[in-house]
Design a protein around this ligand. Structure first.
Ligand code: SF4
Length: 341
């Protein structure tokens, strides 16, 4: 599709007739693409992908398959690519043969999943992001001091499922200030909070304010649970969206941090859209835009962003400018099980 869009423009076919061509033809104009930086892969996602790649290489040519529980990261292109190279993605461990190699995704798992893997003799390689592991450790620590642990997060998200599983009896999930108002806890003097790593900073601040009002003695994590990558990408998308006529965010629909980027740009008053790749661009979104803000969630590879720029280039000359709000230097080492062989 990227090439098709470019080819249509360069061949001068856009105005040649037909409703589809006419729509695209009206979108042809010079544009500036304002690239948000930081964008795209974070250290936790890079590490998780490298874990799977390393294992695929290690077991290539053997009869050992590399199983991955859940999507290694929430991006359809990354998953499809690893699948094409031999990775076998499963929803639950009962789909993995006894004794096989299984990777836990970047979003983390609950202790119950670890126990099942141990019981089954599975060879586990844990690609949980260290910043998710930090939240798990806090959940255990807060529950051990007999606090009610209030987890701010989205119900059903894999990371939340994993964190809830650390202290299921002691943890309650809230998603909004309304949920905080409805909370009933055994001892209002013994309450702590945690958050999912990929939440919107502004919305989460509202929930935490409500928690502090409701439970003045509430204790939180020593450092923010919303991770550096989420924070930086949100600041960067806000900066470019404020200067753009429309914002595009590359990412998959189940990627929490990507969806948050779109919502944030919209809350700032800029129309914004989530696209899995360049084929998702609709001409009416960019037709009247002189400046297109462009970002990508922490699980969306830069190559997809490059394809979007190529596609926009098919709709007229594009000037690409990068707007950097902060420079990231974070990197995580591979898990010992991957390093050691
Ligand atoms: Fe880790 Fe944050 Fe990336 Fe999630 S978004 S994998 S918590 S660095």
């Amino acid at each position: 599709m990227v090439l098709a869009v470019g080819a249509m423009a360069s061949a001068g076919l856009l105005g040649a007739g037909g409703p589809v061509r006419a729509v695209w033809a009206r979108a042809v104009r010079p544009r500036t693409v304002l690239l948000a930086s930081p964008r795209s892969l974070c250290a936790g996602v890079e590490r998780a992908i490298e874990v799977v790649e390393t294992l695929l290489e290690r077991y290539s040519g053997t009869d050992r398959a590399v199983f991955v529980r859940k999507q290694i990261v929430h991006n359809t292109h990354v998953v499809r690519d690893l699948e094409s190279r031999g990775a076998v993605f499963v929803d639950e461990l009962d789909e993995v043969p006894d004794g096989a190699v299984v990777v836990f995704s970047a979003h983390g798992v609950s202790p119950a999943v670890r126990e099942e893997a141990a019981r089954r003799g599975l060879e586990v390689v844990d690609a949980t992001c260290p910043l998710v592991t930090k939240v798990h450790a806090e959940a255990r620590r807060f529950a051990a001091r007999r606090d009610t642990v209030v987890l701010v997060g989205h119900a059903g998200h894999e990371e939340v499922e994993g964190t809830l599983g650390e202290a299921p009896q002691a943890t309650v999930l809230v998603q909004s200030p309304g949920d905080v108002a409805a909370l009933r806890v055994p001892d209002p003097g013994r309450v702590s909070y945690l958050t999912q790593t990929t939440l919107a900073l502004d919305e989460t601040a509202e929930v935490i304010t409500a928690l502090k009002k409701r439970f003045p003695g509430i204790r939180g994590p020593g450092s923010d649970d919303i991770c550096y990558a989420t924070t930086n990408r949100q600041h960067a998308v806000q900066a470019v969206a404020a200067r753009a006529d429309v914002a595009l965010v590359v990412g998959s629909g189940n990627s929490s941090n990507s969806v948050r980027l779109v919502e944030l740009a919209r809350r700032g008053g800029t129309p914004a859209y989530l696209i899995d790749d360049a084929t998702g661009i609709r001409p009416e979104w960019v037709r009247d835009a002189d400046v297109v803000g462009l970002s990508a969630g922490a699980s969306a590879p830069q190559a997809l962003v490059d394809e979007v720029i190529v596609a926009l280039g098919g709709l007229g000359p594009v000037t690409v400018r990068e707007h950097t709000t902060v420079t990231e230097t974070v990197a995580f080492g591979l898990p010992a099980a991957v390093r050691s062989q």
